[in-house]
Write a protein that binds this ligand. Structure first.
Ligand SMILES: [Zn+2]
Length: 279
């Protein structure tokens, strides 16, 4: 569906989701101004330390193609493809057949995080290990991370691409940052069977009175947020989204976005009560 002219500006500034949680330091926020050519980024645009002319590996997967830079090991490329294939069913259930059919996704793998920051127009902090460039339908992930994290980051970024596609199809609007990060993290956690950990992490923050409220999540992260603030934002977003989806279902998210744009009135009370119930 094409965006109405008035909405194009909103979408234009939401083309890159730089995943802050993977970086240790505060970063440029989501929704940075994106130069027009970012739509034309390909995996080979991320070649600061990987020779652009050498052979890249292409591996076709069920929902995404893995495109790995020359110095990325075959094992890492195979691992990313396996994670995506393992997630295909859940991602289709979460984001719908149409989002998957609409966009053949590319997941680009590079050896180092600097390659992400150095790509034209990315404007990311050098510590960022993954980003989703929705305008170009590609995710970029650095493989200089532990194996379990590689699976999670690859799934998280692929989920961003699909969630963005679905949100635009449903409501011609970008998802708010907390819900975008929450859906991506929830989808990755469900595939990996670690969803309970999302709530346990939020409960720990609640015990320290460091769990952001839904209102704070909806306000978004302030520019220059500290590393703990970023982690708290992500943990609360993931847990609140997991609660919302587990009680209302994935489809309800899109309905909410399309019809009201508002969250259920009792969500915060219900969510906090749920956290207390898992003590
Ligand atoms: Zn993210």
């Amino acid at each position: 569906m094409r965006a109405a002219p008035a909405l194009r500006g909103v979408i234009a500034v939401a083309l890159v989701t730089v995943c802050l949680m993977w970086g240790a330091r505060p970063l440029v926020a989501d929704g940075v101004e994106i130069p027009p050519h970012i739509d034309e980024l390909t995996c080979k645009s991320f070649s600061a330390s990987d020779r652009p002319s050498a052979d890249w590996q292409h591996i076709d997967g069920a929902i995404a193609d893995v495109v790995a830079a020359p110095r990325v090991s075959r094992a890492a490329a195979a691992r990313a493809r396996t994670a995506l294939d393992r997630g295909a069913e859940l991602l289709e259930r979460a984001f719908g057949e149409r989002a998957i059919a609409a966009s053949r996704l590319s997941v680009c793998l590079v050896t180092e995080r600097q390659s992400i920051a150095a790509a034209p127009g990315m404007n990311a902090d050098p510590s960022v290990a993954g980003a989703a460039v929705t305008g170009a339908r590609l995710a970029i992930v650095a493989v200089d991370t532990t194996s379990g994290d590689l699976d999670r980051i690859v799934l998280h970024e692929a989920a961003h691409l699909l969630a963005s596609e679905r949100a635009r199809a449903e409501a011609e609007r970008a998802l708010p940052m907390w819900l975008s990060e929450g859906l991506a993290e929830l989808a990755a956690s469900e595939v990996m069977g670690t969803t309970d950990e999302l709530h346990r992490a939020a409960l720990k923050l609640k015990a320290r009175q460091a769990l952001p409220s839904l209102r704070e999540l909806q306000t978004g992260l302030r520019v220059g947020a500290s590393a703990p603030e970023i982690q708290q934002f992500y943990a609360a977003s993931a847990s609140a989204t997991a609660y919302l989806v587990s009680t209302r279902g994935w489809n309800r998210i899109w309905e909410m976005l399309r019809i009201t744009g508002k969250l259920p009135a009792n969500l915060e009370t219900e969510w906090l009560a749920h956290l207390d119930s898992i003590r």
